[in-house]
Design a protein around this ligand. Structure first.
Ligand code: FAD
Length: 286
């Protein structure tokens, strides 16, 4: 499969990339790892006339501590995050989620910013970033703004990114003491995309779950935070019974997807199972 002809332009800075997007408008698309854009171009689902490569902008690929948060540059690859000692020690949920993405080739090339911008309903990052209360920093011709992960994903391949804006950084607060986290997914066996994936972050204080955050991916047309599950467990002891009861609330009232991988009913069932597994493991690690 061969894509339609396009011009390749390498941007050397974020400002240059934003300028190129302004100049070329709808004709242009940025490319980071190319592991979603290029397949779409080969299938002729996307046919940009200009492809602006941002993967070699040096200031966009980093993982560092910034006060009480982890700051991840948008072109950090899944592999960078999977193997980062800082991530493993301070936010192991992210290393765990990264390791579940695709195969080594995909993890070597694909980037966290590209995954978020693409907003595939089955992508792994959104669940963990919703549960970990991440913020997404974007920059465009009008300057920079910060968007909470829970406001970012709007629909099928749809986000709050405006035309001409680039994701530059993902900011994730370090968890409080006595907090555990886990990501569990039922995956498509060939691609490893999530048919249903659930991330949970649980803080246990004085024998009760004082704070619970749950994010789902794969289940609906976009990733979502599940406050029904969170509320059902908050203030309760992290017992198997309480976790099972909270997991029963999973994806209630959500318009779930149905496709050749899983029916709506099966996704509803999987959401409960994945929630139970993620909550149990997160609470056990708290
Ligand atoms: P690109 O393909 O370069 O870009 C994707 C889109 O995002 C484009 O529209 C582009 O213009 C835009 N974009 C890129 N970077 C930015 C930015 N910084 N700001 C604004 N817009 C931007 N993903 C999973 O989550 N789980 C899986 O199990 C999984 N399995 C896969 C298996 C295969 C075989 C393949 C090919 C892909 C798989 N993926 C999976 C997707 C993979 O993780 C992609 O790399 C990722 O979704 C997109 O990242 P990218 O850097 O390759 O983005």
């Amino acid at each position: 499969m061969i894509p339609a002809n396009f011009d390749y332009i390498r941007a050397n800075s974020v400002d240059e990339a934003i300028g190129l997007l302004q100049t070329h408008g709808m004709e242009a698309k940025v490319m980071a790892g190319g592991h979603s854009l290029l397949p779409a171009m080969k299938l002729r689902l996307s046919a940009p006339e200009k492809v602006i490569d941002i993967s070699r902008i040096s200031g966009l690929r980093y993982i560092r501590e910034d006060g009480d948060k982890l700051a991840i540059g948008a072109t950090s690859t899944h592999r960078d995050i999977e193997f980062s000692d800082l991530v493993k020690s301070k936010l192991p949920l992210l290393a765990e989620a990264a390791a579940t993405i695709g195969d080594p080739q995909v993890r070597n090339a694909g980037t966290i910013g590209g995954s978020l911008a693409h907003a595939d309903p089955a992508a792994d990052w959104p669940a963990s970033l919703l549960a970990a209360q991440a913020q997404i920093v974007v920059k465009g011709p009008g300057g920079a703004r910060t968007i909470a992960a829970e406001d970012f994903f709007q629909g099928l391949f749809e986000t709050t990114l405006a035309d001409g804006e680039l994701i530059t950084e993902i900011r994730v607060p370090f968890p409080a003491a006595n907090t555990g986290a886990a990501y569990k997914k039922f995956e498509q066996p060939a691609s490893r995309f999530a048919i249903v994936g659930c991330a949970a972050v649980v803080t246990v204080e004085n024998g009760v779950c004082s704070r619970v955050r749950v994010g789902f991916t794969g289940a609906a047309d976009h990733a979502f935070r599940d406050m029904n599950v969170e509320n059902a467990l908050t203030g309760k002891a992290p017992t198997a019974e309480n976790i099972a009861a909270a997991a029963e609330q999973a994806a209630q009232g959500v318009d779930l997807m149905s496709d050749h991988f899983a029916s709506e009913d099966y996704r509803q069932h999987l959401a409960k199972v994945m929630a139970k597994r993620a909550l149990s493991e997160a609470a056990g690690r708290a």
